[in-house]
Design a protein around this ligand. Structure first.
Ligand code: HGY
Ligand code: MN
Ligand code: MN
Length: 409
C-alpha cells in the first residue's frame, strides 16, 4: 500500500456517533446489553453499513457478525474486530471503536481501489462484556473453539432467559459455523479504559497481552428470621457473610502483588428491610497478570469462605462464570504495531491490558495484537468514557497500516 493512505477521520467519528445513538442513555453513554433490542438495533445498523460497503456479510451460530473484503488470493484472513454490546453503564467507545475502525479500514481500501493479497475482515463478536450472559468474550470464545455453540446457547441471564432463545428472538442466529473464516492474524483497536496512557502524556499503546481473569458466583444460604426479635448470636446472616467476603477479597489485593478484586453483583433475598436474609448471590471479579498469583488469591478466598461457613453456619456454593489465563500477544505483531505507529510519527508504548478483550480468545487461533488509545480520566464502563477524535483517527491509522502490512506480507 502506498504508505500515504489514511483513514477518513470524519467518517470514523460519524459512524461511531451513529452507533452511539443506539441505546444512548440520558447520562451520555450507551446501554446495549447483549441480545437486547438495543443490541439488535446496533447489529442491524452494522450489517447495513457493511453491506453498503460491499463487504460479504455473514452471521455465525453464536451471532458473531463478519464483514469480509475478498483478497487476491484464497487463504486465511487478516481479521480486525471487537464488540458492540456494552455493560449497563457503558460508554460510547468501549468495543464500538474497534468495530467502526475495522469498517473504516476496509472502506478506505475500497475507496483507494486497492485489493489486499489476503482476505481482510471485521468481526463484531457477541456478548464480549459478559454483563448479561457468562462468560465474557463469549462470541470470540466460541469462535476460537473454547465453548460449544450448544453450551453457549444454554447460558441463562439473571432473569432466566437463554442465550440461544434471545439470539433467535432478535434474528441473529446465523447459519455459519463459528470460526468458519480461518485467521492469519487478528488486530483489535480499543480504548485503554485506564489511566496509564493519559498519565504518560498520551500516545498509543502497543498491547503486549491481557491479564488473567477469574469470575466467581457465590451463593450464600443462611436462615431468614425477624430482624427485631432474633438475638445477634442466633442469626445465620448471609448478608453479613457476603460483606466479610468482600472485605477479605479486598485485603487479598493488599498482600498479593498485582491482584485486583471486585464484587459487582450482590443480590439479597428476600430483600426486606426487617428480614435477616435467607440467600445472597454475589460475584467476585479477580484478576492478575500472573496466573500463579491469581490462583493464590482465589485459594485464599475459598479457604476464608470455608472457615466462615463452618464458624457461622452459612452454606456457601461456588460457580465459575469465567476463567481465562493471562494471555501474551505475538511479538512479531506487537512489533508491527510499533513500526506502523513510528511510520505515522506516533508514539506507542508497550503495556498489558487490564481489561479482557476478544483478542484474548483470538490469540488461541493466530498471531494477535491490540492498539490502545488513551481514555480521558482513565474512565470506562461509565457514561463519561471519552477519547478524542484525534486519538481515534491515530489509532485507526495504525490499525490500517498494520493490518494492510500483514495482509500483504
Ligand atoms: O471485563 C472486561 O474486562 C471486559 O470489559 N469484558
Ligand atoms: Mn471492550
Ligand atoms: Mn468493556
Amino acid at each position: 500500500m502506498s504508505s500515504n493512505l489514511r483513514i477518513d477521520g470524519g467518517r470514523l467519528v460519524s459512524r461511531l456517533t451513529a452507533l452511539s445513538v443506539i441505546g444512548a442513555t440520558p447520562e451520555g453513554g450507551c446501554r446495549r446489553l447483549a441480545l437486547t433490542d438495543e443490541d439488535r438495533q446496533g447489529r442491524d445498523w452494522l450489517v447495513a453499513e457493511m453491506k453498503a460497503l460491499g463487504l460479504d456479510v455473514k452471521i455465525d451460530a453464536i451471532g458473531n457478525i463478519v464483514g469480509i473484503l475478498k483478497g487476491r488470493e484464497d487463504g486465511p484472513a487478516v481479521i480486525m474486530g471487537s464488540h458492540i454490546d456494552t455493560v449497563g453503564t457503558g460508554g460510547r467507545f468501549d468495543g464500538a471503536l474497534g468495530v467502526v475502525a475495522g469498517v473504516e479500514v476496509l472502506a478506505t481500501l475500497r475507496d483507494a481501489g486497492v485489493t489486499p493479497k489476503r482476505d481482510m475482515a471485521v468481526i463484531a463478536f457477541t456478548n464480549e462484556e459478559g454483563a448479561r450472559f457468562h462468560p465474557d468474550m463469549l462470541g470470540s470464545y466460541v469462535w476460537a473453539g473454547g465453548m460449544s455453540v450448544a453450551a453457549a446457547h444454554a447460558e441463562l441471564d439473571a432473569e432466566g432467559a437463554a442465550l440461544g432463545a434471545e439470539l433467535r428472538r432478535i434474528g441473529y442466529e446465523g447459519a455459519e459455523e463459528p470460526g468458519f473464516l480461518p485467521a492469519h492474524a487478528y488486530l483489535e483497536l480499543h480504548i485503554e479504559q485506564g489511566p496509564v496512557l493519559e498519565n504518560e502524556g498520551g500516545g498509543l499503546g502497543a498491547v503486549t497481552g491481557i491479564q488473567g481473569i477469574c469470575w466467581l458466583e457465590l451463593t450464600l444460604k443462611g436462615r431468614p428470621s425477624h430482624a427485631g426479635t432474633t438475638p445477634m448470636a442466633y442469626r445465620k446472616d448471609p448478608g453479613l457473610a457476603a460483606a466479610r467476603i468482600n472485605i477479605f477479597a479486598n485485603e487479598v489485593t493488599r498482600t498479593i502483588p498485582g491482584q485486583l478484586a471486585n464484587s459487582g453483583v450482590i443480590r439479597v433475598q428476600p430483600a426486606n428491610v426487617n428480614v435477616v436474609p435467607e440467600t445472597v448471590v454475589m460475584t467476585l471479579d479477580l484478576r492478575n497478570p500472573d496466573d500463579a498469583l491469581l490462583a493464590e488469591a482465589e485459594a485464599a478466598i475459598r479457604t476464608f469462605c470455608a472457615e466462615l461457613s463452618a464458624r457461622d453456619g452459612i452454606e456457601i456454593g461456588f460457580r465459575d462464570l469465567a476463567r481465562f489465563p493471562a494471555t501474551p500477544f505475538a511479538e512479531e505483531l506487537i512489533a508491527t504495531v510499533e513500526q506502523s505507529a513510528a511510520e505515522l510519527g506516533l508514539s506507542a508504548r508497550r503495556m498489558i491490558s487490564g481489561a479482557g478483550h476478544d483478542a484474548q480468545m483470538m490469540s488461541r487461533l493466530c498471531p494477535t495484537a491490540m492498539v490502545f488509545i488513551p481514555s480521558i480520566g482513565g474512565l470506562s464502563h461509565n457514561p463519561a468514557e471519552f477519547s478524542t477524535d484525534e486519538d481515534m483517527a491515530a489509532g485507526a491509522n495504525v490499525l490500517l497500516s498494520a493490518a494492510w502490512r500483514v495482509a500483504n506480507a
